[in-house]
Design a protein around this ligand. Sequence first.
Ligand code: IPM
Ligand code: MG
Length: 367
Amino acid sequence: MRRSEAVPRHAAVEAPDLSSPSVALLPGDGIGPEIVVAARRVLDAVGEFEYVELPVGGASIDIHGTALTDEVLERCRAADAVLLGAVGGPKWDTTDPGAPRPEQGLLGLRKGLGLYANLRPVKPSGALLGASPLREERIAGTDLLVVRELTGGIYFGESGRDGDRAHDDCAYTVGEIERISRVAFDAARGRRGRLTSVDKANVLETSRLWRETVTRIAAEYEDVEVDHLLVDNAAMQLVSEPTRFDVIVTENLFGDILSDEAAMLTGSLGMLPSASLGGEGPGLFEPVHGSAPDIAGRGIANPLATILSAAMMLRHGLGLAAEADAIEAAVETVLDAGLRTPDLAAEADAAVGTEQVTAAILDRLRP
Ligand code: IPM
Ligand code: MG
């Protein structure tokens, strides 16, 4: 527990730490500020937290000319947990390789905080089965966890341009594959005991190393049943038979793509939370969706993925499992009551806004 490090070493008995957990709030761009405010209100209904709000992404580019300053990274490192909205938007879209891009802020945080394990749980709410573009009987019973490697692979390989040629290198070391495999095997052990490792071993050398390493680590986990799928086949099975999956472990780029695909099983990308863990310091918690600049400022953004990310933060980052359970239960009852932002609503005129959904959750938390 990081906060107890503040206790003087000479203290004979470790004093209980009575200060509130500190949360770095990084609203970012687009709908980011709206959904982070909603999540903060929900957090305040279940506990006491100290917040520090910091710019990242386009918001930071506008002020500092870079998507993540060293100071913001340091202040995040000093917090107990980091809650992020979303980054990016057309204002900063560029193909100029030298220009700053909002996404660099997110990638810099993940790398800078050493967050190599990204957990993306996908469990459609019963009330939303009809909101998915997939048939209800196909997705009912889906309950899977994508464990995405987050600080390696093509995202962080050497890249560049050379005349009319561009390249992005993908590299993985045995150590990087081992540590993410262990996170996934441990997660499978705490769930239904099935792990699917996804790669492209019929084409890529990194994938062959991946498969070889996962197979070796599997010997440490005889109680977990493992299978290996090629990524194209995994993409197909995610929509044809999502209930076959328990834990999916995969490299950075495949995990990015498969988790958006899996998100649609829940009805909307606006529902999926995530936790990024593995560093020595705080974890980073953020919705899987992007900054949706087209609907920013209109009060209609779905805050649920961020609110559910705040619940993951309480559980995985701050050791407050009961508070996390309370938030998740409140979200479920609000969905059961039929409240839907436009991304989930069957008919647009039946939809409500960010404020109504948030207020309804607060009502359930403070009866
Ligand atoms: C995600 C996002 C990011 C990623 C972008 C914004 C860099 O798509 O978290 O899935 O590719 O990792
Ligand atoms: Mg993505």
